[in-house]
Design a protein around this ligand. Structure first.
Ligand code: SAH
Length: 231
């Protein structure tokens, strides 16, 4: 597969997302164009990198369809911004974490002296965490994304509070530690909540000193969130 072909398909997929209304934010579009999704896939699936579909990454897990990165990142803006601290639950391939890293710590600003952000991503399956680490290293994101093995429903107390938290697996409810570890000045959390293999809603939580607002962004289908506050 020529890289030129992949580049053309990436541009076509972006145009499709712009027509269908998934891609609106210039910042997320820039990150999507920068991050090579082909480097986050098992070798035999590389030519499908810019097909709008989730793909298997081993251990029964999937890399989300690229439009999901747009939906989640756009919903997390403005908390997901240059310099922000991000927590992801479900590192998987590392692709979504790399997109977030490209927003909070863009490649072109790496040596600018500006204060850049960081993505901490928790993954419970050892082999998947290793796959994600390897991909992030190969794509040049291992200095901006740290993968930690563990149960992400407990959050990651060590680096809290987080400006933005995104959960890429669906749970029966919002894990309370994630709300606690969210920044109280407009921190944003996005998580699919609902049935284990059925209808789930993407819920956006916005935390402020005085209140916590929740809204549904529509129906989705994610793999199960396991662990103490998961299934
Ligand atoms: N963001 C990923 C998609 C990952 S799929 C990507 O861009 O490729 C969801 C992942 O969540 C799976 O790898 C699964 O193992 C993980 N997961 C499920 N429950 C978890 C938990 N409690 N803590 C951490 N990871 C979990």
């Amino acid at each position: 597969m020529l890289n030129l072909d992949l580049e053309k398909r990436k541009q076509e997929l972006l145009r499709y997302y712009q027509r269908t209304g998934y891609a609106n934010s210039p910042t997320v579009i820039k990150a999507f164009l920068k991050v090579p999704r082909e480097k986050f896939l098992p070798r035999e699936l590389v030519d499908k990198a810019y097909v709008d579909s989730p793909l298997p990454i081993g251990s029964g897990q999937t890399i989300s369809a690229p439009h999901m990165a747009f939906i989640m990142c756009e919903a997390l803006e403005p908390a997901l911004r240059l310099g922000a601290k991000v927590l992801e639950i479900g590192a998987g391939s590392g692709y979504h974490a790399a997109i977030c890293a490209e927003i909070v710590a863009p490649t072109e600003k790496l040596n600018s002296g500006e204060k850049l952000g960081h993505v901490y991503s928790v993954e419970r399956i050892h082999s998947v965490a290793e796959f994600g680490k390897k991909n992030l290293e190969a794509a040049g994101y291992s200095d901006r994304v740290t993968i930690i093995e563990g149960d992400g429903t407990l959050g990651l107390e060590e680096y809290a509070p987080y400006n933005a938290i995104n959960v890429t697996a669906a749970g029966p409810k919002i894990p309370p530690p994630l709300i606690e570890q969210l920044d109280m000045n407009g921190g944003r959390l996005i998580i699919p909540v609902g049935a284990i293999y059925g209808f789930q809603q993407l819920i956006l939580v916005i935390k402020n000193e005085k209140n916590i607002k929740k809204q549904s962004l529509g129906g989705v289908a994610f793999v199960p969130l396991r662990g103490e506050y998961g299934w």
